[in-house]
Design a protein around this ligand. Structure first.
Ligand code: CO
Length: 165
């Protein structure tokens, strides 16, 4: 178990197409465990290989339905549409609205190489789309149709003055 450093926007590692995983060995299992630890520590719901500097097709996701470790994931079917807010641990301090499919069926291998097919909806489907985009060097900001600015954020308030507590 280890927390890895999260790669942030500006790094070209976030813009590469990742290679498939071929070896299902202890090293892969350690990587997936580290990615999960790193995601939970950062209060994220998903993390993809490039975000820890590993240009392989791996992602971890936990939107509240348990931890899913996905190796070589591929979206095989989508249905419907949803528009909702997204953020990204590699793009700190920003968020925006992105249109995604409402239902996503994904096929992947688990950490032992066993094939899994999973049907997901709504936020889980959104998270899968977001994480799989990372594996092709795509960030949500490339797809968002509106940036979100928090109206209550004091830094956007004209009358904001710094105060000592
Ligand atoms: Co992201």
């Amino acid at each position: 178990m280890a927390i890895r450093k999260i790669v942030e926007i500006g790094s070209d590692k976030l813009r590469k197409v990742c290679k498939p995983v071929e070896k299902f060995d202890k090293r892969l299992q350690v990587l997936l465990d580290d990615m999960a630890d790193t995601m939970y520590k950062a209060n994220g719901v998903g993390l993809a290989g490039p975000q820890v500097g590993i240009l392989r097709r791996v992602a971890v996701i936990d939107v509240g339905d348990g931890l899913f470790k996905m190796v070589n994931p591929v979206i095989v079917e989508t249905a419907g549409e949803q528009r909702g807010p997204e953020g990204c641990l590699s793009v700190p301090g920003r968020s925006g609205y992105v249109v995604r499919p409402n239902e996503v069926t994904v096929q992947y291998q688990d950490e032992n190489g066993e094939p899994v097919t999973l049907h997901t909806e709504e936020f889980f489907a959104r998270a899968i789309c977001h994480e799989l985009d990372h594996l092709d060097g795509v960030l949500y900001i490339d797809k968002m149709d509106e940036e979100i600015f928090d109206e209550d954020d004091e830094y956007y308030d004209e009358d904001f003055e710094e105060e000592d507590e």
